[in-house]
Design a protein around this ligand. Structure first.
Ligand code: C2E
Ligand code: MG
Ligand code: MG
Length: 422
């Protein structure tokens, strides 16, 4: 019968069946154990509820899965103590085991291996087909090797858990996109210095079933690692243009900015998919600015082609997070860009010589190239004034508003006042 302890032990054992990089280290340790102790065979055996699995083996012996009752390591795991058997054939507990009868096991020493949950998950053992006396020092040395193997098994276990966590997270995010749990929140973009709202940036938020609202730092990087970001961007875009359509009934000049990962450029027909999403909502592409976010993996040739089509269709194309990487300068030259967003890393330095010089350099470059600029992350009125003096056209930041749900924008637009009406 399987006890609860055995069941948990079996579940812990499953973590260690790994062929990854850590198993090469285990192999080295097992080889060193056999050589140092002068035994022809050494192995790491992991035992689940019913079966012995050999995960590393040096020397002779099949290492095929065997029933627990047939192996000496079963005694080690059950007792949690080392086992020394100088002559298995002469030991009534083991004399009838098939491997002993076949002459594969004469002398055996095994030490228990604890997993991190402190269950004994298996044994490290050395075997000699010839029976012989066991030097006490040999058993102690095997214990020391056992500690090393435990550390290495812990690494295997952690790698395994990370892989499972990663796969689960991707599956959960895919489900969240399919269920439309990801929605845009909106942050106003204001004209400097009038402070009038000219549009909104749509920023993804995940309404997690746990009730928590996750911000994009929690899930956009994971989405960026897969093509999920493409579906995520299109979901946010569809929702954003539907909201814009409603808001334009109150203020027809309002615009919306959506973030677009460079992953779109590796996909055929991505310009058509973006264009379709906007036209279906009854919004003109002229009212939509695409912010190119993640440029590290951008293929400039493909990007120039797709963005060229989108500019042709009327979309604005902005380089996001400008000032955080020098490669962006190269993209300015190669991509059909209409504006740049100056990153918060620059705006927080406003007022210092370097911050002012950087801002002036970017706005100077932009105006040479007939581009417009938006500065992000403005929190103080004096920084807004300075940004305007230094040549920025638009700004965003907590000074005006943090990102808010669509309903808050509806409320503001339906409340008569100067802020949101052009
Ligand atoms: P971003 O596009 O550069 O957006 C600006 C970020 O700065 C937003 O963070 C916004 O909430 C934050 N922010 C704005 N004003 C201030 C301020 O005054 N102070 C401070 N401390 N922060 C301010 P958020 O919403 O967390 O978005 C982070 C990033 O995630 C975005 O940076 C963008 O790169 C990415 N992201 C968001 N939504 C999407 C999406 O739908 N698609 C893609 N591909 N990326 C997205
Ligand atoms: Mg952005
Ligand atoms: Mg940005």
């Amino acid at each position: 019968m399987t006890t609860e302890k055995q069941r948990l032990q079996g579940r812990s054992a499953a973590h260690y069946f790994d062929d990854g990089p850590a198993s090469a280290r285990l192999q080295t340790t097992v080889a060193l154990t056999a050589r140092t102790l002068g035994f022809p065979t050494a192995m790491i055996n992991i035992l689940d509820t019913t079966t012995r699995h050999t995960i590393n083996l040096i020397g002779a012996g099949g290492g095929v899965p065997l029933a627990r009752e047939e192996v000496l390591c079963d005694v080690v795991v059950n007792s949690g103590r080392p086992l020394e058997v100088p002559d298995a054939r002469a030991d009534p507990r083991f004399a009838d085991l098939p491997s002993v009868v076949r002459g594969e096991i004469g002398c055996y020493i095994g030490v228990p291996l604890a997993g991190r949950e402190s269950f004994i998950v298996g044994a490290l053992c050395v075997i000699d087909p010839r029976p012989h006396d066991i030097d006490p020092d040999v058993a102690n040395r095997l214990m020391e090797f056992g500690r090393i193997v435990e550390d290495q098994l812990d690494l295997v276990r952690r790698l395994d858990e990370q892989r499972i966590d990663g796969e689960l997270a991707v599956a959960e995010l895919a489900e969240a996109i399919a269920q439309e749990q990801i929605v845009p929140w909106y942050q106003p973009i204001v004209d400097l210095p009038s402070g009038r709202t000219v549009g909104f940036e749509a920023l993804a938020r995940w309404q997690h079933p746990s009730g928590e609202m996750h911000d994009p730092r929690r899930f956009v990087p994971l989405a960026e690692d897969t093509d999920l970001i493409v579906d995520l961007d299109l979901l946010v875009m569809r929702r954003a243009v539907a909201d814009l359509r409603r808001w334009q009934e109150i203020n027809p000049d309002l615009r919306v900015n959506v973030n677009l990962s460079s992953r779109h450029f590796n996909i055929d027909e991505s310009a058509a998919a973006i264009n379709d999403a906007v036209l279906k909502a009854g919004v003109s592409p002229e009212a939509v600015d695409l912010e190119i976010t993640e440029t590290t993996r951008l293929n400039p040739v493909r990007a120039a082609q797709v963005l060229g089509e989108l500019r042709e269709a009327g979309f604005g194309v902005w380089l996001d997070d400008f000032g955080t990487g020098w490669s962006a300068l190269d993209y300015l030259l190669r991509l059909p860009v209409s504006g740049v967003k100056i990153d918060r890393a620059v705006s927080i330095a406003l007022g210092s010589r370097l911050g002012n010089a950087l801002t002036r350099a970017v706005t100077g470059l932009a105006s040479e190239l007939q581009l417009v600029t938006t500065i992000e992350g403005i929190e103080k009125p004096e920084h807004a004034a300075l940004a305007y003096e230094l040549g920025c056209n638009y700004a965003q930041g907590y000074l005006w508003s943090p990102p808010q749900p669509a309903g808050a924008v509806d409320d503001a637009l339906n409340t008569p006042g100067p802020t949101h009406r052009a």
